[in-house]
Design a protein around this ligand. Structure first.
Ligand code: PMP
Length: 294
């Protein structure tokens, strides 16, 4: 269910160098990004007033921009300072942070060589990404496939890549599910619509090799946390006909954090001690109750 609309809230959004009153942080309708998806973004969470893995998110935003053929108008160090200031100005300790950059309005066609690059950072309160998180979410199969890295720049967190994610997520929600499992162009298991995926069998974690989708920051964290617990982590090709052989499943993402999965279509999973331990470790890590494992 929708809460307050995102264009009608109190507070400020940092936009092109200025903390702009929330409702006034607007773009013109003839903005290249709106027509041609020439935008890149980050989704991050702050815990107790500190953004988890902030620098890695800033670096990824700069890299996504580079992959899309443009430079951010600020350095990674400057972006770090802007995000910290935006978080402080929001007055929120626990919050979602959205940093994003896009091509403006000077040219309005496929070519946008001389368009100004804009940058904004917005911070808002956002609870769990999924309502019944610890119960395990219900997922279905997506009809859209992650494209080959020869067909799309899969390692950029770029707006255009989310078209098939929204289509898949809507289809899942319309059928009564929380999310969808996307396969890739080869038919291998890939990821959820906004999160990476892990499976557990005989005490070991199995996760698809991220060769055509984001190697998520939360994914990399979950792998380190598992290794710190001496849990074997196997990164490999996973075929859909293996889905029935796993006992536990969870997805990872900055917004989703570590969310157990109870069901993918005809297959059921029971979140058990490994999923629960990693959910707890992740919470302890982001709240700085335990250090990042080496
Ligand atoms: N895949 C997709 C499609 C995503 O949108 C996200 C969220 N950014 C992820 C994976 C997970 O990435 P991260 O853990 O870095 O948030």
């Amino acid at each position: 269910m929708a809460g307050l609309p995102y264009d009608d809230r109190d507070g400020y959004i940092w936009m092109d160098g200025v903390f702009t009153p929330w409702r006034e942080a607007k773009v013109h309708v003839l903005t290249h990004a709106l027509h041609y998806a020439s935008s890149v973004f980050e989704g991050e969470r702050a815990y107790g007033g500190v953004i988890y893995a902030s620098r890695r998110h800033s670096e990824r935003l700069a890299n996504s921009a580079k992959i899309m053929g443009f430079e951010l108008p600020v350095s990674v160090d400057e972006l770090e300072a802007i995000k910290a200031e935006a978080l402080a100005k929001s007055g929120l300790e626990n919050a979602y942070v959205r940093a994003f950059a896009w091509r403006g309005s000077e040219m309005m066609g496929v070519s946008a060589q001389s368009n100004t690059i804009h940058l904004a950072v917005a911070v808002w309160a956002w609870g769990d990404y999924f309502a019944d998180k610890m119960k395990g979410i219900r997922m279905t199969h997506a009809q859209w496939k992650r494209p080959s890295p020869e067909s799309a720049p899969s390692h950029a967190k770029a707006a255009g890549l989310y078209m098939i994610c929204t289509l898949s997520k809507h289809a899942a929600e319309n059928a009564g599910y929380a999310d969808a499992l996307m396969l890739d162009y080869r038919g291998h298991v890939a990821e959820a619509t906004g999160a990476n995926i892990f499976f557990i069998r005989d005490g070991a974690l199995h996760t698809p090799t991220p060769d055509c989708f984001l190697n998520g920051i939360t994914r990399q964290t979950a792998m380190k946390l598992a290794e710190a617990r001496q849990i074997e982590v196997v990164e490999r090709t996973i075929m859909p006909d293996e889905l029935g052989t796993f006992s536990e499943c969870f997805i990872t993402g900055s917004a989703a954090e570590i969310t157990p999965v109870a069901e993918i279509g005809e297959f059921t999973y029971k979140p058990s001690h490994i999923s629960e331990a990693l959910v707890t470790d992740y919470a302890d890590l982001v709240h700085r109750r335990i250090p990042m494992p080496a």
